[in-house]
Design a protein around this ligand. Structure first.
Ligand code: ADP
Ligand code: MG
Length: 541
């Protein structure tokens, strides 16, 4: 007979999160998103926290690690990030350590022998892929696996790390602990990749802090290119402070900067085709307000911290809503009101679709690149010797890297390719499906930004709901919530027979205005209201 087992009541003694917040971190209140992420983790659920940089993502797993006990393993892509976190935790008396290539093998072994004393262990993805390390973790028991900078898992994110790809499998090998994934990259595609590739199960998705209430979004439909430049002139005249104008290509950046200079604006071009010295000096001049208008491709902005950019103008459609949001978001970092205007001419959508297909690599491009890389062995191949146009080059490199065929590195300004050892003797089969999937994905992203420009709803809500934040908000300052009631100069330029003034500086500006006034008066148009649309300006009754 099997003896009856007396029922055991297990009382989990868990520390109160708010008390731990005070005790270990010295904070009196949670920041937005933290309570949800902490509660879900304490309940043993998978968590995906998407919060901007500086929002306090670390606490979302550190606090549960302290409250729940056991060992939390944190995958982090950068040794510097690990060190910083470990030092902070240790100062607060928390058992924390980092396992990475900076430790000698003996030190690594010693650390793996002391897992019992640790609450949090930071580790690089390649160390975690070691069988011996995984075995030790299995023996010790992992309470939670944390993946920091989780967007690195996605080939479509900006920091793809092939090592991250294995984390889904590794999770299983560690005994399938719950996962917390953290990122500041709020793109739908990347988020989908994180969820799928890490195998998150009904994760608690915490998404906060992306709203920028001081930004005023608007889309100005203009009938043509001339009107676009007129609109730009209007915007820059209205706001003489620091502005960034984004254009789609280097050529357009150069041409626009020249045009603005002839109009008397202090402006300069910025794109990746300039050498590092030039770019630095332009950037520096902008930071010091020696230049008021930076005309740039999307190469501008990464790591630039200029708080007082009062407006961002887009001359061309960006590649995606996330690119737009990031670029527009460079405005108003100081919290002051700032405007983000997208100029949208009829035909822009079609033109971008065309550019996109012209910049999609073919399987033949992939193959040629592979052969070139192979022939260059053992030397790395410089990407700019491939003779591919810039658009195709980016896709080619992304695809070959995502397939694990080449590894990319940067030597000063040159991007280089090295063949992955797996392919030293074999030749991969370059599938149509790779490039097709790539093209479709980019097209989907483009269609979303086109929908944004054509939407009739509040721009802020449209943007935030794209990122999964569907909270309804009151009227904001966007062009749908607060329609601009008065005649704009742009609409004037769309009126038939209107002569486009080419103002130079202040004098030109006044002359331009007088000319417009006179024109309107002469045609009995003064004082009437107009509605602006892609077809031009219509007088309202
Ligand atoms: P992220 O990883 O999201 O970029 P961190 O986790 O590094 O951000 O946190 C950024 C800063 O915010 C840190 O200095 C951290 O101590 C602080 N912080 C986090 N949570 C809180 C809070 N609830 N109250 C006050 N400061 C906090
Ligand atoms: Mg962080």
């Amino acid at each position: 007979m099997i003896p009856a087992i007396a029922p055991v009541t297990l009382t989990l003694v868990r520390a109160d999160p708010s008390r731990l917040l005070q005790q270990y971190f010295g904070f009196s209140e949670f920041r937005p998103g933290q309570p949800e992420a902490v509660a879900a983790a304490l309940a043993g659920r998978d968590v995906l926290a998407v919060m901007p940089t500086g929002a306090g993502k670390s606490l979302c797993y550190q606090l549960p690690a302290l409250a729940g006990g056991g060992l939390t393993v944190v995958v982090s892509p950068l040794i510097a990030l690990m060190k910083d976190q470990v030092e902070r935790l240790r100062r607060r008396g928390v058992g924390a350590a980092a396992l990475n290539s900076q430790l000698s093998p003996a030190q690594q072994r010693a650390l793996l022998g002391q897992l019992r004393d640790l609450r949090l262990l930071y580790i690089s993805p390649e160390r975690l892929s070691s069988d011996a390390v995984q075995r030790r973790f299995r023996e010790a028991g992992v309470t939670r696996l944390v993946v920091d900078e989780a967007h690195c898992i996605s080939g479509w994110g900006h920091d793809f790390r092939p090592d991250y790809r294995q984390l889904g499998d590794i999770r299983e090998k560690l005994g399938d602990p719950p996962v917390t994934a953290l990122t500041a990259t709020a793109t739908v595609v990347v988020r989908g990749d994180i969820t799928t590739l890490l195998g998150l199960r009904e994760p608690e998705v915490v998404l906060t802090g992306f709203d920028r209430p001081n930004l005023r979004y608007r889309v100005w439909p203009v009938p043509n290119e001339t009107a676009k430049h007129e609109a730009l002139w209007t915007l820059l005249t209205r706001h003489p402070g620091p502005s960034v104008v984004y254009a789609g290509t280097r050529e357009r950046v150069e041409a626009t900067a020249r045009q603005l200079q002839t109009w008397g604006f202090k402006s300069a071009p910025y794109h990746a085709g300039l050498d590092a010295e030039e770019r630095n000096s332009v950037q520096d001049a902008f930071l010091r307000n020696h230049i008021a208008v930076m005309v740039a491709t999307n190469a501008f902005g990464m790591g630039v911290d200029k708080p007082d950019i009062g407006q961002v103008v887009h001359l061309d459609l960006p590649a995606s809503v996330e690119a737009y949001y990031q670029e527009a978001g460079r405005a108003g970092r100081d919290g002051e009101a700032a405007t983000c205007t997208l100029l949208y001419a009829e035909g822009d959508a079609e033109r971008q679709r065309g550019l996109l297909s012209a910049s999609t690599p073919t399987p033949l491009d992939l193959k040629r690149t592979f052969v070139g890389t192979k022939n260059a062995q053992p030397e790395p191949l410089a990407a700019d010797t491939l003779g591919l146009n810039r658009g195709k080059l980016i896709g080619t490199l992304q695809l070959l890297e995502a397939q694990g065929i080449v590894t990319l590195a940067r030597q000063k300004r040159t991007l280089t390719l090295t063949l992955h050892p797996n392919w030293h003797s074999d030749v991969p089969e370059f599938k149509d499906s790779w490039t097709e999937a790539y093209a479709q994905r980019r097209l989907r992203l483009l269609e979303q930004i086109i929908l944004y420009t054509e939407t009739g709803r509040c721009r802020r809500e449209a943007l935030l709901s794209y990122f999964g934040d569907t909270a309804s908000r009151g009227a904001c300052g966007c062009d749908h919530c607060v329609p601009e009631p008065f005649l704009t100069e742009t609409s004037l330029s769309a009126l038939p027979r209107f002569r486009t003034p080419q103002p130079v500086g202040r004098a030109g500006e006044i002359a331009g205005w007088l000319e417009r006034q006179e024109f309107l008066e002469r045609h009995g148009l003064l004082g009437r209201r107009y509605r602006l649309s892609a077809r031009g300006a219509q007088a309202l009754a």
